[in-house]
Design a protein around this ligand. Structure first.
Ligand SMILES: *Cc1c(COP(=O)(O)O)cnc(C)c1O
Length: 379
């Protein structure tokens, strides 16, 4: 089945009891049993719920994975992956990844004796050099938030395999429509479903996709035992959201290109970070492992003063100044004080994330209106 057909049909079996074509919201915490432990596959909704099952089936199919597990948020999904580890284990992680992942690793899990080593994963030799006998997990993100750095997923997967470590890829920015890390050798794919999968800025959710039965068992045990599950209503909303993933992503990519090119041509703009520019450092790898380049764009103004940044962010009218991304509406964000405020300034600057960087999530409005809006905000 081709991808676009899968997006519509994966996990969408008509409800066996009524024939309902749209998966019902099974708003129930528990299920009647005919005798102790005799039931129809569901006993308690923390362990399983039919709306969540339908969603997990769809999510697995979208990543070409055999299994998927849904969590209450993206960070809850990340948290579940770290729970596979034990004190003394080491994780090699991308130094410029999502700020909330950095916070979870450094402020929560370090305290439990897991060691995190941060490096620029765009340079595979860096990763290779840091591997030790204790390396149990490599955590990559590509493109990264917010600098759009591209990591060669197939190459890191080889390093992980040689080290006997797992590779987990945060695929939030690309969405499963543009990139499928399991096909490139990753063991686990993580998504903040909140973003492109949900697609409408109305749900917070996370997911993990994997092929290995053993990993699925372990992560399902963690999902059930730790309990960070999404509710049935949220599962329904995401099922509804993903049915248009392909058409949304096509427009996101078209608009992304137009906005990126416009910004690059603007004489007040110093630098534009978008992985679809042929001279962007990760372009060749992005072209190899992604189907298109997406609609996440960051840029810096030539005037790096906070006043200039503030003026743009408070003048936009079609774009909304807000955290998050991947919804149908365009958003603008100031990573240094918003999404990445939890990363120490020194670290941020070292990674190339300046105080004046502005990040855009380009939505699916009319591209001319978006460009017009940026024009009046920047001029
Ligand atoms: C938003 C985001 C997360 C965290 O997901 P939540 O759903 O907000 O918990 C993780 N990684 C990336 C790249 C993100 O953009």
């Amino acid at each position: 089945m081709n991808r676009d057909t899968k997006i519509i049909h994966a996990g969408a079996e008509p409800d066996p009891s009524t024939g309902a074509v749209s998966t019902p919201i099974f708003q129930t915490s528990t299920y009647a049993q005919s005798a102790p432990n005799e039931h129809k596959g569901y006993d308690y909704s923390r362990a399983g719920n039919p709306t969540r099952t339908a969603l997990e089936t769809a999510l697995a199919a979208l990543e070409n994975g055999r299994h998927a597990l849904a969590f209450g948020s993206g960070v809850a999904a990340t948290d579940a992956v770290i729970k596979l580890l034990k004190p003394g284990d080491e994780v090699i992680a991308a130094s410029d990844m999502y700020g909330g992942t950095y916070r979870l690793f450094s402020k929560v899990w370090e305290g439990f004796g897991i060691k995190f080593i941060y490096t620029d994963t765009t340079n595979i030799e860096n990763v290779e050099k840091l591997v030790s006998a204790n390396t149990k997990l490599i955590w990559a993100e590509s493109p990264t938030n917010p600098l759009m750095n591209i990591t060669d997923i197939a190459a890191v997967a080889q390093v992980a395999r040689k080290a006997n470590a797992l590779l987990c890829v945060d695929n939030t920015f690309a969405s499963p429509y543009l990139q499928n890390p399991l096909d490139l050798g990753a063991d686990i794919v993580m998504h903040s479903v909140t973003k492109y999968l949900g697609g409408h800025s109305d749900v917070v959710m996370g997911a993990l996709m994997m092929n290995s039965e053993e990993l699925r068992e372990k992560l399902f045990f963690i999902q059930k035992s730790c309990g960070a599950i999404p509710g049935p209503m949220d599962c329904f909303l995401v099922l509804r959201g993903i049915r248009t993933l392909h058409v949304r992503m096509q427009r996101h990519c078209e608009n992304g290109r137009k906005v990126a090119e416009y910004l690059r041509s603007h004489d007040k703009v110093k630098k534009v970070f978008w992985c679809g520019f042929e001279d962007f450092p990760g372009y060749e790898i992005a072209k190899k492992q992604m189907r298109d380049f997406g609609a996440m764009i960051s840029f810096e103004l030539k005037d790096e003063s906070m006043e200039a940044v503030r003026k743009v962010l408070t003048s936009v009218r079609v774009f909304t100044l807000a955290e998050s991304l991947g919804g149908v509406e365009s958003l603008a964000n100031h990573p240094a004080t918003m999404t990445h405020a939890s990363v120490p300034r020194e670290e941020r600057i070292k990674n190339g994330l300046s105080d004046s960087l502005i990040r855009l999530s380009v939505g699916i409005e009319d591209a001319e209106d978006l460009i017009e809006d940026l024009k009046q905000a920047i001029d």
